[in-house]
Ligand binder design. Structure first.
Ligand code: FES
Ligand code: FES
Length: 176
């Protein structure tokens, strides 16, 4: 089936099987920043922002994203021009293996757009379903706290758009 949605500001049509999940569908068209960790909606690695809310894409049937506005990590900075949240993670040494980081940053972006000056507790609550086996969470919390200041209370910064749509997601039950 064809699913029409907007990904990172680009109208996109994805061919996906009826049972395909959104994480698989997005990865199939090149958004590899959407990670598949647990494939069970519990690790947070597949988080993207859907219609303004951070959600785990692996737990959502792709067909349910029809008409949605989806943002992935690819919509943030580039290697040479990181988004302030990404730069803050780098500056605070909050990235180790990096696997969990796209999902954590998308959650942080959602948090900071709604709560521009979050407390440490609010940050910890926001990322409490983002599993990280490397960092112990303290440095990501510090990075998000600092990012709030860099965003000057707005949660919005210059987002660089990337990637074009078009592709096929196999209709399996598991994100891959
Ligand atoms: S892969 Fe773990 S929440 Fe989606
Ligand atoms: S940095 Fe390795 S899982 Fe989080």
């Amino acid at each position: 089936m064809e699913i029409e949605l907007t990904v990172n500001g680009t109208p996109t049509t994805i061919e996906a099987g009826k049972e395909a999940d959104l994480a698989t569908a997005l990865r199939a068209v090149g958004y590899k920043g959407v990670k598949c960790g647990c494939d069970g909606g519990v690790c947070g690695a597949s988080k993207v922002i859907i219609d303004g809310e951070a959600r785990m894409a692996c737990g959502m049937p792709a067909r349910e994203a029809e008409g949605s506005d989806v943002e992935t990590i690819e919509n943030l900075g580039t290697q040479d021009d990181l988004h302030p949240i990404q730069q803050s993670f780098v500056d605070h040494f909050a990235v180790q293996c990096g696997f969990c980081i796209p999902g954590m940053i998308m959650e942080a972006k959602d948090l900071l757009s709604e709560t521009p000056d979050p407390s440490e507790r609010e940050i910890r609550e926001a990322i409490d379903d983002n599993v990280c086996r490397c960092t112990g969470y303290q440095k990501p919390v510090e990075a998000i706290r600092d990012a709030a200041g860099r965003l000057d209370g707005g949660g919005v910064a210059t987002d660089g758009g990337t990637a074009t749509g078009g592709g096929t997601a196999a209709g399996g039950d598991h994100c891959d």
